[in-house]
Design a protein around this ligand. Structure first.
Ligand SMILES: Nc1ncnc2c1ncn2[C@@H]1O[C@H](COP(=O)(O)OP(=O)(O)OP(=O)(O)O)[C@@H](O)[C@H]1O
Length: 781
């Protein structure tokens, strides 16, 4: 690449550099100005290496293209943009709202990736190993507040300080300085209770916290009073003085950017100019930078689309470096370049420092040295980051009463409600009875418990379970049936007036009994089967009561009670009890569902809230990786889950007596694993969804199908064969079967039914984690 340095500068302007007495010299175009008599065009040497030279700049952006939206309908935000920020300078990035400043900055700090083009920041490419960007080499103040509202100012500083690898004492010292410098209120004040301006200052303080090499400030002076604004600028000038720190700042107060060393005027994703304020003013014969901007904007408007001439970008600092042999001479470099495709003159001033103030040597040293690499690049994580992230997660939970209730009160309430409301036999069911053996006037129905062969209907009715059925007597079968029809009773029972005689005859005659006898000896029942559970239960109770009645009668008449039973002998069940409860069947699924979906609910919104508040991005720019964020949530959730699992199991097993025949450690492990699985599913949701409401919809939307298809409330064996396969692929199905086998059969890990539940759960955890990591990485691009 050739440089335009060989073109003799027409005019060179000298201006004192802020405060330090050194001089910086700008080269002005043919429009007139002061010529620096000392100027000697640097001898043109071929560049050693483009990469090497770019590494000498703080930021170097080349041919940057960035669009949002799909490739078919792109919203172009950066269009062939080039930008050079010299080390040790303040770079004011100005431009109208929506021109792409924030997008450019977010690409520089590694929050976003360009579609094409290159960015070098502090010698490396953002996002590459060892570049330190994102990381502690950069201090970033985004446009949004991006702070944890529930944190105090001190906790905020601690959080970011730890992430930046600072010691607590160091953070405290720095905090005191920043509190004074930025005129902040007491360090114990919660960020959410600060005024907008105060919050912005805290956000600024976070960027300054670790005294980074490169400060990137997106509108730091919005909502800040003029006095403080000036002191912020003074501070920026101060920290860039020694050439080690660089600042890129955007502001809507164009005139305050006069204090910057270089100004980049941006419009529609391109840089219209990149000059020192003085050069810009004299180049365009304007009194204010605003006028310059307007002129340039109009020029761009009349020029129409920029010509796609190859951009000739030389590198001032590299040239300066190549010419560094003449250390005692100021170095001036001019280049003619079609910056961003616009054919306009871009002269650049390279600051040459007076050797007498000692800075020249430093600059020289800095520019000649190899890029510094972040030594923490190869660590998976640091103690500070882990501490900061964990403290953040726990504090956020602890400070939020709603979340705490959600975490611990809700599972207990769900278990209590489940055990009280599900699986118990219904009671107080009305039966409409027509008993023609009774005297309707006296309503007497004597019950004999000896071998008296009289009033069998009363003896049978007496055998019905008292808490389950309530007997209402009716005069005629029509009235009793009508009571069922209008919903007053769940069934109607009819006994003929010679029920007892017919039943005795039936028993005595056996196969000799005629149809009339058989008919008269039967209890006629009309049930309301609209409610399957109640209908089946009444059916069962009516039959069991008849067996009890028959056995009691035979026993009292010294007969073998077995004669009253059907000839099927049910032995003691191998697993479960002979009176199984629906609760025991559903409980395993309910335990897992509660823990799984609470975890989904808790995590699905966690990342989204952080993202919408800008906290996630800010943490990323501070050097926290998606893996560290996920990992910190996994640990936090794990602790929460242990508490939830303990509560759920204590209430289920100890308080409500749900059967547990197996190893309780297996039960605990599987429950916690399911919680982790739910959490990972929550991560997927929060990674996919941009808005909290979408996450809630997705979480709720997935709840019902999962519950219905996982064999929690009905056996999977009852599903059509295809749906069964779908069911087995869901995260809860095999785990529910596994937990059921442990609880009710007492099986151990050697049984396929049990270990497949563990295998399926762990596989889902890995799958969900991989998906969320992939989505997070994709979104950053
Ligand atoms: N995440 C996003 N998805 C889609 N479009 C976006 C996104 N972020 C920004 N944009 C669009 O990109 C364009 C540039 O936005 P950007 O925030 O970079 O502008 P800006 O110059 O910083 O504006 P301001 O000064 O108002 O902050 C705008 O049209 C904006 O609507």
């Amino acid at each position: 690449m050739t440089s335009g340095v060989g073109n003799s500068p027409d005019v060179v302007a000298m201006e004192p550099r802020n405060g330090n007495g050194s001089v910086s010299v700008g080269i002005v175009d043919n429009g007139g100005g002061i010529v620096n008599p000392a100027f000697q065009p640097p001898s043109l040497l071929s560049q050693q290496s483009t990469v090497w030279t770019r590494r000498q700049q703080a930021v170097c952006v080349r041919h940057a293209f960035k669009h949002y939206g799909s490739a078919s309908k792109p919203n172009h935000v950066l269009s062939n943009l080039n930008m050079t920020v010299a080390k040790g300078t303040i770079y004011g990035l100005l431009g109208a709202s929506g021109c792409g400043k924030t997008t450019l900055l977010s690409c520089i700090v590694g929050r976003r990736r360009l579609n094409t083009g290159q960015i070098f920041v502090l010698g490396g490419k953002p996002g590459t190993k060892g570049s330190g960007v994102p990381g502690k080499r950069v201090g970033y103040m985004p446009q949004e507040i991006a702070l944890y509202g529930e944190f105090s100012i001190k906790e905020t500083m601690m959080y970011f300080g730890w992430i930046f690898g600072m010691e607590t004492s160091e953070i405290n010292d720095r905090l005191q300085f920043l509190l004074n410098f930025l005129d902040l209120p007491s360090q114990s004040r919660l960020v959410k209770n600060l005024s907008g301006g105060q919050q912005r200052r805290v956000s600024f303080a976070v960027a300054l916290m670790h005294d980074p090499e490169l400060l990137i400030l997106d509108e730091p002076t919005v909502g800040v009073d003029p006095l403080l604004r000036q002191s912020i600028w003074n501070h920026l000038v101060q920290i860039t003085k020694d050439g080690h720190k660089t600042v890129i700042i955007t502001t809507h107060y164009i005139e305050e950017a006069r204090q910057a060393h270089t100004i980049g005027l941006m419009r529609s994703g391109r840089l219209l100019a990149e000059e020192s304020p003085r050069v810009l003013l004299s180049m365009y014969h304007c009194q204010s930078l605003e006028e310059v901007f307007l002129k340039l904007s109009r020029k761009q408007g009349t020029d129409g689309q920029p010509q796609e001439t190859p951009v000739n970008i030389s590198n001032n600092i590299s040239l300066a470096t190549l010419n560094w042999g003449k250390k005692d001479e100021p170095v001036y470099v001019t280049e003619e370049s079609g910056v961003v495709g616009l054919n306009f003159h871009q002269s650049k001033e390279v600051l040459a420092q007076d050797q007498s103030n000692g800075i020249n040597g430093k600059l020289s040293e800095m520019q000649m040295m190899e890029p510094q690499y972040d030594s923490s690049c190869c660590e998976i994580t640091t103690r500070g980051k882990t501490k900061a992230l964990l403290q953040k997660n726990f504090l956020r939970m602890w400070r939020n009463v709603g979340v705490m209730l959600f975490i611990f009160a809700l599972p207990v309430m769900q278990v209590i409600l489940f055990c009280l409301a599900i699986g118990r036999d219904p009671t107080g069911l009305h039966l409409a009875v027509v008993n023609k053996e009774m005297d309707w006037n006296t309503m007497e129905c004597p019950v004999y418990d000896n071998c008296t062969l009289n009033m069998f209907s009363c003896r049978y009715l007496n055998a019905l379970p008292k808490d389950t059925v309530v007997l209402d007597y009716y005069e005629t079968p029509e009235k009793a049936i009508n009571a069922v029809k209008v919903g007053d009773a769940w069934g109607a029972l009819y006994f003929t007036e010679n029920f007892t005689d017919a039943l005795v005859a039936r028993m005595a005659l056996g196969r000799e009994s005629d149809d009339e006898t058989l008919d008269q000896s039967e209890v006629r029942v009309w049930l309301d089967m609209s409610n399957q559970q109640i209908g089946l239960m009444l059916n069962r109770d009516l039959q069991l009561s008849y067996r009890d009645f028959g056995q009691g009668l035979l026993q009292s008449c010294d007969q073998n009670p077995k004669l009253a039973d059907i000839p099927i002998q049910f032995k003691e069940p191998i697993y479960g009890s002979s009176d199984p409860s629906f609760t025991d069947f559903v409980a395993p699924g309910v335990i897992l569902t509660i823990v799984f979906f609470l975890a989904v609910a808790l995590t699905s919104s966690a990342l989204i809230i952080e993202r919408t508040e800008g906290l996630l991005d800010r943490s990323w720019v501070a050097g926290v990786t998606p893996l560290e964020i996920l990992f910190s949530h996994v640990i936090t959730q794990f602790v929460v889950m242990c508490g939830q699992t303990a509560l759920v199991l204590i209430f289920m097993i100890l308080v409500f007596g749900v059967e547990c025949k197996g190893d309780i450690t297996l039960v605990i492990t599987l429950t916690i694993l399911q919680g982790l699985c739910g959490m990972c599913f929550g991560f997927v949701i929060s990674a996919i969804c941009e808005l909290e409401r979408n996450a809630i919809q997705l979480a709720l939307g997935s709840f019902y199908p999962t519950l219905l298809l996982s064999g929690v409330i009905w056996p999977v064996e009852g599903m059509p064969i295809l749906l069964r396969y779908v069911s087995y692929c869901l995260p809860l199905t095999m785990a529910t079967t596994s937990l059921r086998s442990i609880l009710t059969r007492g099986w151990n890990l050697l049984e396929p039914d049990v270990y497949l539940g563990f295998v399926s759960t762990i596989s889902w955890i890995v799958l969900f984690l991989s998906i969320s990591m992939a989505v997070l990485k994709f979104k950053r691009g």
